[in-house]
Design a protein around this ligand. Structure first.
Ligand SMILES: [Zn+2]
Length: 288
């Protein structure tokens, strides 16, 4: 399907919703997202920060020509310059962003009051969080999902030789072995356990940004030992979380990369992050 046809599907989704056929709109929007995700999942994408910054820079003239809001374009430029310099983009380095669902007007920095272009009200604007990992999951489901990962990880590592576990397999995130992927999950478990502790001890903890993909667990443990350590740490954390007053879930920490983050958002972040990695780990295992 060409990009033009994809755009036509989006327009039909809008028309359907405008005519009150919300469920047809929903289905057409789902079709667009499905086709888009399928194509970005299979295409080869930039796999270094330098390459990413270059590809974004090369796209900027087309975005300008398409009439994109110049302040949004400038923010994109700013973000890719930070990446090109090898740095992490902090919360205050780029603006918060909203887009009017009616007309596409962009609002930066502060939540819009009313659309200056089409006069739609503030609630029509779509807010863009840094990642869907931060969109909070209801606590009961969050706890269920967090309690399942240790079993999942054991199964993913089961029945493989040491050589298979250490073998690197190429992918969109670069070449990873199951050993490295398990190490990454263990690193992130240690980090979330530490953050949960901070949230329980302080009403407004400071949460430092950690570039975890750069701190892959050392080779001191075997993959199965890492999975066992993951389980111990996760179970201890879940026991703590089960005992907290409901109000603690709304405690808000300050994260250098994401800004204000509640305990619920922080736990959701890590749960979704490991669910994302399940696809990577499964792909590596299938390729062994
Ligand atoms: Zn508008």
């Amino acid at each position: 399907m060409s990009q033009l046809e994809m755009y036509a599907v989006q327009r039909l989704a809008r028309t359907a919703a405008d005519r009150g056929h919300y469920h047809l709109g929903k289905l057409l929007n789902a079709a667009v997202v499905s086709l888009t995700n399928r194509s970005v999942h299979t295409e080869s994408l930039p796999n270094t920060d330098r390459e990413l910054a270059e590809v974004v820079a090369a796209l900027e003239p087309a975005l300008r020509q398409a009439g994109l809001d110049l302040r949004l374009l400038a923010a994109i430029q700013q973000a890719r310059e930070i990446i090109a310099a090898g740095n992490l983009i902090f919360y205050d380095a780029v603006p918060a962003v909203w887009v009017c669902r009616v007309c596409g007007e962009v609002a930066l920095d502060t939540p819009p009051d009313q659309c200056p272009h089409c006069a739609a009200g503030a609630l029509v604007f779509q807010f863009f969080p840094a990642t869907f990992y931060l969109e909070p999951e209801p606590v009961s489901n969050l706890m269920t999902q967090l309690s399942r990962t240790a079993d999942w990880l054991d199964a993913a590592l089961q029945g493989l030789s040491a050589e298979q576990v250490a073998r690197r397999v190429d992918g969109t995130e670069g070449a990873w072995s199951l050993h490295e992927a398990a190490g990454h999950l263990l690193d992130t478990q240690h980090l979330i356990a530490q953050r949960v502790q901070l949230f329980l001890e302080q009403a407004t903890p400071k949460l430092n940004a950690a570039a975890l993909w750069q701190t892959v667990e050392s080779t001191r443990l075997s993959a199965t030992e890492m999975a066992a350590e993951f389980r111990l740490s996760r179970e201890a954390m879940l026991t703590q979380l089960r005992s907290i007053p409901a109000a603690h879930w709304m405690r808000t920490g300050q994260h250098a990369e994401f800004g204000p983050v509640t305990l619920q958002q922080q736990c959701t972040y890590f749960a979704k992050h490991e669910h994302w990695h399940m696809a990577q780990i499964t792909r590596i295992r299938r390729a062994l």
